[in-house]
Design a protein around this ligand. Structure first.
Ligand code: HEC
Length: 303
């Protein structure tokens, strides 16, 4: 008897343990994410409650009718189909049978019966056992469905793609009116790579100048601020031999090249070309800003 109880407790716990695993630790936007499921769940609960109320009402009416007929002496001996089912799922005992079930516990005239567990309850219990087996097989043995960790990683990967898409749309919004200096190593490196591949022929490997002007001194023909440099690269100065690059590079890339060129000022290349244009004093503090940080802030706000 004791072993039976322990086994029962154990089996009852399995679904609980496995279920607990699926409690998501991440609750951000939980309602938004599972809106449909929550609403459907509520509808189902309401339906179940309504059904239950209906059943109870039906049963009460039947009992009343029965009592009424009994009192009039026209009792129908046969149980109705419903009462039959009701009795069998509850395994009700007749009064004679109850005699045999009486235990010797008695307190103040209240006696205790040693009834079996009602069948409906046992079915629920068997269902949990079957459910735990299916759950175990589905999640842990055959892995038909992703576990918590994997599901989390999948969602994070999907979210990352979303963020990248968003950042890409932001990148194309960069233009000469809002462009800001990028000082992250990755941006400056890719700026340098694009410079080395496309601009060296006319501006020199160190920006010292050649066909094009020296990019390392404080003298600029078209302005030495990040916005000016961006504009020079984007639209070019076609009549003077500097082509427009906006068909080759997207705005983000032009921003990276412009940032790299911005950081060239003040470097001392060997063999520099003489200054051209006018002395351009940069605004103090213009190096502080960083669009990636701004965009990333926006993204984190969105999440
Ligand atoms: C075919 C030669 C050539 C190439 C290639 C070239 N440039 Fe130029 N660039 C020039 C010339 C010439 C000028 C000067 C235009 C003028 O006199 O107004 C210039 C001007 C500039 C200026 C403005 C300088 C100032 O003083 O205001 C910037 C910035 C610039 N180039 C960046 C670039 C970048 C970035 C690339 C590569 C993506 C590049 N250039 C490729 C020839 C070139």
């Amino acid at each position: 008897m004791n072993i039976k109880k322990i086994l029962m407790a154990f089996f009852l716990m399995i679904p609980g343990i496995t279920w607990a695993q699926s409690e998501a630790s991440e609750t951000v936007g939980y309602f938004e994410q599972y809106q449909l499921e929550i609403v459907l769940g509520l509808v189902v609960v309401v339906c179940l409650v309504a059904l239950l109320v209906l059943f109870v009402a039906l049963y009460t009416i039947q009992s009343l009718v029965r009592l009424d007929k009994e009192s009039k002496g026209e009792l129908v001996q046969e149980d109705s189909a419903f009462t039959g089912i009701w009795n069998s799922i509850n395994d009700f005992k007749s009064e004679e049978e109850e005699e045999a079930l009486l235990t010797d516990h008695e307190y103040d005239g209240i006696k205790e019966l040693d009834n079996d567990l009602p069948p409906w309850w046992l079915w629920g219990f068997y269902f949990t056992i079957a459910f735990s087996v299916v759950y175990l097989a589905a999640y842990h043995v055959f892995q038909w469905a992703p576990l918590q960790d994997e599901e989390y990683k999948n969602e994070m990967a999907a979210a990352k793609i979303e963020v990248e898409k968003f950042l890409a749309t932001q990148e194309n919004l960069v233009d000469e009116t809002n462009v800001e200096l990028l000082l992250a190593d990755t941006d400056l490196t890719s700026g340098k790579n694009m410079y080395d591949a496309n601009c060296v022929a006319c501006h020199g490997s160190e920006g010292q100048g050649g066909v094009g002007p020296n990019l390392t001194d404080k003298y600029w023909k078209h302005g030495g601020d990040i916005k000016d440099i961006f504009k020079s690269i984007k639209y070019g100065i076609p009549e003077k031999g500097m082509i427009s690059w906006q068909n080759q590079f997207n705005p983000k890339k032009i921003q990276q090249i412009a940032s790299y060129i911005y950081t060239m000022e003040g470097t001392n290349p060997s063999n520099p070309k003489d200054p051209e244009g006018e002395l351009f004093e940069r605004e103090a503090g213009s190096e502080e800003s960083d669009t990636t940080a701004v965009v990333e802030d926006q993204v984190s706000l969105l999440q």
